[in-house]
Design a binder for this molecule. Structure first.
Ligand code: UDP
Length: 264
């Protein structure tokens, strides 16, 4: 296995840890060849840290307020950027030469090692505004210098959407035009609950999805799941369409088979 490259995720509380655990196990279930790293914050409980350490090679606590002075400075000037600045800690993982960041609400459906052939900064289009990338899945190169420049950018310009995606898009501002090799195919960040306005494309390409992203306020763990039928319950679905249901069932299937046993 390649020990100087890693998959990295972030969980700031015990709820998002469930997502991180499903993501980590989904990577392990598809021939893991890289290190697994989860960044957590002080709110994550002791018992969850023990479970996380069964799946991730490294469980790293990052603490916004206690860290370097320049982080403190950026935070004081832009308190609304709390979780965003936490995510930026991934650039400080300089014991790795290259990493793939995956948000805790993503699920891996097949081996994705080929992502390590890409350079910084690679990401897929955001479904809502394709000239911007979605920051749920991206390839990056850890560097203290880049981290510092990102914090300076945050302090100076804030974020146009109040979150990391706006900040990263204005920092890597030539992403949409500079290098097509840094545009990840959409199947690496397929947003499961977007109402696709191009449904023939979903029919044609949806089954090739390699990473599903449960973007938005209702996460897989907010649904009710029936282990007997292997499906999320109809009542909890609302207007969910059929393709969303199958991805939700995959998430829950992974939770049942690969995460619950860790608690025993
Ligand atoms: N996150 C977290 N705790 C929070 C909110 C977000 O750990 O309270 C992390 C987690 O990795 C999550 C990512 O930040 O997947 C992005 O947040 P969210 O999934 O809510 O945003 P969306 O993907 O819906 O834009």
């Amino acid at each position: 296995s390649v020990v100087d490259q890693a998959f990295v995720t972030l969980a700031t509380n015990d709820i998002y840890c469930q997502g991180a655990l499903v993501l980590g196990q989904s990577l392990r279930n598809h021939r893991l060849t890289r290190r697994l790293v989860v960044l957590i914050t002080p709110q994550v409980s002791g018992p969850l840290r023990v479970i996380l350490s069964k799946v991730f090679h490294e469980v790293i606590e990052v603490n916004l307020i206690d860290s370097e002075d320049y982080v403190h400075l950026a935070f004081l000037k832009r308190p609304e950027l709390g979780v965003t600045l936490t995510k930026l800690h991934c650039w400080r993982l300089t014991h790795y030469s290259k990493c793939v960041f995956l948000e805790a609400d993503t699920l891996v459906l097949s081996n994705i090692d080929e992502l390590f052939d890409r350079g910084e900064f690679s990401a897929a289009s955001d479904p809502g505004w394709p000239d911007c990338f979605n920051s749920g899945v991206f390839v990056f190169q850890p560097s203290l210098e880049t981290h510092q420049r990102l914090l300076q950018h945050a302090t100076k310009h804030g974020s146009f959407d109040g979150a990391d995606q706006g900040l990263l898009n204005s920092f890597f501002s030539n992403w949409s035009t500079a290098d097509i090799g840094k545009h990840l195919p959409f199947i690496y960040n397929l947003t499961s609950n977007t109402a696709y306005t191009y449904s023939p494309a979903f029919k044609q390409f949806g089954s090739s999805a390699k990473i599903v992203h449960f973007l938005g306020s209702t996460k897989p763990w907010n649904y009710k799941y029936n282990p007997q039928t292997g499906s999320v319950s109809e009542q909890s679905l609302g207007l969910g369409s059929q393709h969303q249901v199958s991805f939700l069932n995959l998430w829950w299937g992974t939770y049942q088979s690969s995460v619950l046993p860790l608690y025993k």
